[in-house]
Ligand binder design. Sequence first.
Ligand code: ATP
Ligand code: MG
Length: 188
Amino acid sequence: MARAGSPPAQRLTRALRAARVFFALWPGDGVRDALHCEAQMLHRKCGGRVMRRENVHLTLVFVGDVAVGRLDELKSMAGTISGTPFELVLDQLGYWRHNRIVSASPLTVPSALRELVSSLEGRLKQTGFEFDQRPYAPHITLLRDARAPGVPAPLHLDWPVGDFVLVESAQGPRGAEYRVLARWKLGG
Ligand code: ATP
Ligand code: MG
């Protein structure tokens, strides 16, 4: 007997719903803790809002709204990228006046990171996904609405990067909440 409600209609509604997504590097517990600790120390000096520990990430490509029905296509596309594992040395604290963000970044951007970003952008173009195309400035946001740090504090954190992820960003009661949708190994 047919059940109340219409599964095909539900499937259509789900397919049309948009998800706000981005590709990112997602730190493991050790690097995540170290970055969060750094953010808490900086908070004492610069005020603002500390990035929540579970949200700490480095954006590779911001795709934005994608129909949920196209997420599988996006995942298959990302699955074709092989990339190379690399060491990311975070040795710079930065401050952007225009958005009052304090961030950690690498002084030297590894070529494997640049290549990963260009591969993703190239495949996104080929498959007809739109994405943010501003020049790539890899950074990990630590504080928002903050004052400038003044005298730069030293930073040196080694992050061995072996994979990348697709993340969904949704608005929760405490601001943006991120959920990892899929993960791909580099060089795998
Ligand atoms: P909120 O916007 O609620 O303050 P958020 O910025 O953390 O939270 P999103 O706007 O969903 O959450 O962004 C997710 C990630 O993508 C963040 O690292 C953000 O800096 C980056 N991002 C957002 N918009 C763009 C964009 N247009 N271009 C490049 N990166 C972006
Ligand atoms: Mg934002």
